[in-house]
Write a protein of this length. Structure first.
Ligand code: ASP
Length: 347
């Protein structure tokens, strides 16, 4: 080849690589990751969930409910609905099921009442709302959303939160709505049992676990949101409030980074500011969502003695479920609508 031809080819090569014209490959990637991507992750609590303690029927029940909730969320997102709507509606399904420790299936506090906590956050605006210790609201996640959208506040508690939600037109139920025999028996066992473990006995698994529900979602506009709802811990006293209604601990969402919903021993999640910490690692250390979640759950939280896990999504549609317990009820839905359900660690 002549020298001049070589020079020409080199210039052509450089020109091609320096122009702004996007290459097909790049465009496809950009579209897929930041424009058309939708996704959703849900959890139904983490803890000592072992296959040997589970009946096939019980397992099927949990999986069916997780699938129902995941499908609902995906349908909303796929029809162009907002991540906030997807989070709220998906959590309604879990709150209305007696299987999970939220809404209908909430655990009993030491005083024989069901005291519910919930929170929601929008990644686009960093707006957030939460309620704590409510006893008569059918769907606390909706009360949290009303606090976010229709009040000047972030967190309302107990009677005041109930009054606010009722005035907003949310469904108020008799406190007996939250009675389930299994949870009630669980409280009796907890009262009789080992004081240290009393808060965690689960009636279905007959072991120690948690059962909060949560959802994170990414919508077609590229906005993410997170929500969490719980009955807290069995046998809790003194109007104890866990991490679930605490923004930055149990729930966090920021369009710059990720949306997170947590479940586990709330006191540790509050002290480790788990949900915000994952976001901060992405923002300030440029870590990926997966690496940030792993660092916080498997190292930081575990070293403090805290057990539990999180689900998370980032604005590119990466889906994560990270937990340091033997199991976590969870489901992921990717942009094509493929649902992946898991309960135990190795699946
Ligand atoms: N984190 C919740 C709490 O401490 C409990 C749970 O996740 O099951 O109230």
């Amino acid at each position: 080849m002549k020298k001049t031809t070589l020079v020409f080819l080199a210039i052509a090569f450089l020109f091609y690589n320096c122009t702004d014209t996007p290459k097909t490959e790049k465009t496809t990637t950009t579209d897929k990751t930041s424009k058309n991507s939708i996704g959703l992750v849900i959890h139904g609590g983490a803890g000592t969930i072992l296959k040997k303690n589970m009946t096939p029927e019980r397992e099927a029940e949990y999986k069916a409910m997780l699938e129902k909730a995941a499908k609902k969320g995906y349908e909303i997102l796929n029809n162009g609905g907002s991540s906030l709507d997807a989070v709220e509606q998906t959590i309604h399904i879990l709150e209305n099921s007696p299987l999970f420790n939220a809404g209908k299936g909430a655990v009993f506090a030491n005083n024989g009442k069901n005291e519910l906590d919930a929170s929601i956050m929008e990644g686009k605006t960093l707006n957030a709302g939460a309620v704590a210790g409510v006893t008569n609201l059918k769907n606390p996640i909706s009360a949290a959303r009303k606090v976010m959208e229709n009040s000047d506040h972030v967190l309302l508690a107990r009677k005041g939160a109930e009054e606010f939600a009722a005035a907003q037109g949310l469904e108020v139920v008799d406190t007996s709505y939250f009675y389930t025999e299994a949870r009630y028996n669980s409280l009796q066992r907890a009262k009789e049992g080992d004081k240290d473990k009393a808060a965690y006995i689960d009636p279905y698994i007959k072991d120690y676990k948690y059962g909060t529900v949560g959802c994170v979602a990414l919508d077609k506009d590229g906005n993410i949101a997170a929500g969490t709802s719980t009955g807290g811990m069995t046998n809790k006293k003194w109007n104890r409030v866990g991490d679930s209604p605490i923004i930055g601990a149990g729930t966090y969402a920021n369009n710059k980074t990720c949306a997170v919903s947590a479940t586990g021993h709330g006191e540790y999640f509050i002290r480790a500011a788990v949900a915000h910490d994952i976001s901060a690692m992405m923002e300030y250390k440029n870590m990926s969502l997966q690496d940030a979640a792993k660092e916080v759950i498997q190292n930081k939280l575990k070293n403090m003695g805290g057990d539990g896990g999180i689900i998370a999504i980032d604005v590119k549609g990466n889906l994560v479920a990270e937990f340091n317990t033997p199991g976590m009820y969870r489901a992921m839905v990717d942009e094509k609508g493929t649902i992946t359900i898991g309960i135990y660690k190795d699946e």
